[in-house]
Design a protein around this ligand. Structure first.
Ligand code: ADP
Ligand code: NA
Length: 343
């Protein structure tokens, strides 16, 4: 779309994995390729969100923060087309978080599922004891996310489908603000849903592949060596039907996840992939094919990552330029927003 402000972020809570790639960073790269001159692209590392985990580790955090920048660039996000920055470098986002928190209702936030899953609380069994232990930052996480997006008056937000709820809250807050102050300050940001469905854990295909999963076998990291990728896919949980492979997420979640991975990498529909893999009669051949596809797709990003992570000055220059560009927009918008609010 023309005159679009496209914004998205990713947390530096661990090494990036295949889900982050197909659900987020490869889409960002595609948006750079398609960018027209009337569009603005802003891609950030959500370092303030990352400290909502239970036990932050400063050494790891420092490492993951800079690696996140290298990972974003390694997949082909072009810093001459997109502003790449840290969330914490743009204080206006945190400022807007406070302003929006005066509108956000506890009831609405209470219905969000992420703070529950991250606190190991089952939806529907939220008692006062459980709520009592949840920290404000984790509970308010989606409000900061809304503030990030609205700071840039984003019109489009490319994310994976695990973020749908948070985008709804963002639109809700934008509407509330516009209504309360009787001015159309914020456009209602549209979700650009990644073409690939959510990638699931290789070990427990009932949950998503996530950086915060302590089980290393559950994830394929973008920087895994080919032998490691082969080993993880070999171990991937599937089922006992071993002479044909079809997409059936309810009954065959493990197999379906592998098919979804191929579909994402090859940019083919699930149906097309099913036809391509109809020839396989055992897991060894099917998983070998999955491995080949993943290894080949990730070899470019893996090599580029190794290069970028050894060029700290280059990374710093990208961050500096990205922060300056983002700051310019953020300063202008927050000034307008506060002015409208009577400051
Ligand atoms: P994580 O859960 O791995 O920490 P983030 O919360 O940082 O990931 O999300 C960053 C982006 O990656 C978001 O756009 C999110 O939708 C996408 N994403 C995360 N996990 C997956 C997954 N398993 N499959 C597809 N997209 C994903
Ligand atoms: Na997440």
């Amino acid at each position: 779309p023309k005159n679009a402000s496209i914004f998205s972020m990713i947390q530096p809570t661990g090494e990036f994995h295949l889900g982050n790639y197909l659900g987020a960073t490869r889409v960002w790269k595609d948006l750079c390729t398609l960018k027209s001159s009337s569009q603005r692209l802003t891609f950030g590392v959500a370092d303030l969100h990352a400290i909502t985990i239970p036990k932050p580790n400063t050494t790891k955090f420092r490492k993951y923060r800079i690696e996140a920048i290298a990972s974003i660039l390694s997949v082909g996000v072009d810093p001459s087309k997109a502003s790449v920055m840290y969330q914490s470098s743009i204080p206006q986002q945190t400022q807007l978080h406070w302003l929006l928190s005066t509108l956000a209702s506890m009831g609405y936030l209470n219905r969000m599922t992420q703070w529950k899953s991250k606190s190991n609380i089952k939806d529907g069994s939220v008692d006062s004891d459980a709520i009592g232990k949840v920290r404000l930052g984790l509970f308010a996480y989606p409000v900061l996310q809304a503030a990030d997006i609205l700071t840039y008056k984003a019109t489009h937000v490319p994310v994976g489908d695990d973020q749908t709820q948070h985008l709804e809250l963002t639109r809700h807050l934008a509407e509330q603000f516009n209504h309360l102050y009787k001015k159309r300050v914020f456009p209602l940001p549209k979700t650009i849903l990644a073409p690939t469905k959510k990638i699931l854990s290789l070990s427990s295909p009932e949950k998503k592949m996530s950086k915060s999963d302590p089980n290393q076998d559950a994830l394929i990291y973008l920087n895994d060596e080919p032998e490691i990728i082969a080993k993880k896919i070999k171990k991937a949980v599937t089922d006992s039907i071993s002479d044909h492979f079809e997409y059936d997420p309810v009954n065959r979640p493990g197999v379906s996840n592998l098919i979804n991975i191929i579909s994402g990498i090859q940019r083919k529909s699930i149906g097309e992939v099913e036809k391509d893999i109809a020839r396989f009669r055992n897991y060894s051949d099917f998983k070998g094919y999955v491995t080949e596809n993943v290894v080949e797709e990730l070899s470019g990003p893996r090599n580029m990552f190794k290069r970028f992570i050894n060029e700290p000055e280059y990374l710093d220059s990208v961050i500096k330029k990205g922060s300056e560009e983002a700051s310019e927009v953020a300063e202008k918008n927050i000034k307008e927003i506060m002015n409208i609010m009577g400051f």
